[in-house]
Design a protein around this ligand. Structure first.
Ligand code: IPD
Length: 266
């Protein structure tokens, strides 16, 4: 499913990430429709975590630590594992789109990125209900189920399908931008899993995506997949993406400046 490349190291990492994300996908799909034991993070009724998020995260941590004991990890549910100064860091969202998953709405994914230094070098995002496996290795292109993908050619926001998201805290802050984009774009969507929104920009199903305040695990793998599909990634002011701030604009490149301008106007 992951095409061979000459860079053997990252190819091996990517293949491993794709394999364990698929195994994690089986755990997730077996749980759909069953009792999920939902809890609320920090008492916020919009910020869900289920027993399956924790189970999948533990599964992925165990697999990675067993194979690469000298690597660090950053995960959504349990944070930092190992020294942040380690050469390699795996950044994991066990289920991006937990709310969707908890309702059986099929837009959710397992996201695994591998960072070396400041950049992500390998990313695998698997959406088990959609049977979509997105992979990318730095400099080697992006793939959906093993087939090369490319961003769209849509030249203007007025012809674009654009997506966004609203975080579980401060979630109305993006509303003025949302309204502005609804008035300017062909259409705007809010499906509820940022990692998958990024994959859909990479595959040309969406032309652009923006969101504020995402976390590294929502965007580490997806931002590489967009860039490797020929797209553009910046923060919401047009500067380099900062994983800690998590303000992101992803696009096919052609509509990027126009998106930045629309964000500036609100
Ligand atoms: C969430 C999703 C959602 C985005 C939120 C994220 P989670 O991730 O990506 O689309 O709007 O900001 O927190 O919590 O489901 O892993």
């Amino acid at each position: 499913m992951v095409p061979r490349t000459k860079n053997r190291d990252f190819h091996e990492y990517l293949q491993f990430a794709a394999q364990i994300s698929q195994e994690a996908g089986k755990i997730v799909m077996q749980a759909v429709g069953k009792e999920l034991f939902i809890e609320y993070k920090e008492g916020n009724k919009k910020n869900l975590v289920t027993k399956i998020d924790q189970q999948v995260e533990n599964f992925l941590i165990r697999k990675i630590q067993k194979k690469y004991s000298d690597h660090a990890l950053l995960t959504e549910e349990t944070g930092q594992h190992g020294d942040t100064k380690k050469e390699f860091q795996w950044i994991i969202d066990p289920i991006d789109g937990t709310t969707n998953f908890s309702h059986g709405y099929p837009f959710f994914a397992i996201s695994i990125g591998l960072k070396k230094g400041e950049s992500t070098f390998a990313g695998a995002i698997y959406a088990p209900a959609l049977k979509e496996m997105y992979t990318a290795e730095k400099g080697k292109g992006a793939f959906l189920n093993g087939k090369k993908i490319h961003v769209s050619k849509i030249p203007k926001v007025e012809k674009a399908l654009i997506a966004t998201g609203f975080g579980s805290t401060n979630n109305l802050a993006n509303m003025p931008n949302f309204i502005h984009f609804v008035s300017k774009a062909q259409a705007v969507r809010r499906a509820g899993a940022a990692a998958l929104d990024l994959c859909h920009v990479a595959a040309g199903k969406l032309d652009g995506f923006w969101e504020f305040g995402l976390k590294a695990w929502d965007i580490a793998a997806g931002s590489l997949i967009v860039e490797e599909a020929g797209g553009k990634i910046t923060d919401t002011e047009g500067k380099n993406l900062n994983f800690e701030k998590g303000n992101i604009v992803a696009s096919n490149g052609h509509i990027h400046n126009e998106m930045l301008q629309l964000l500036k106007e609100k």
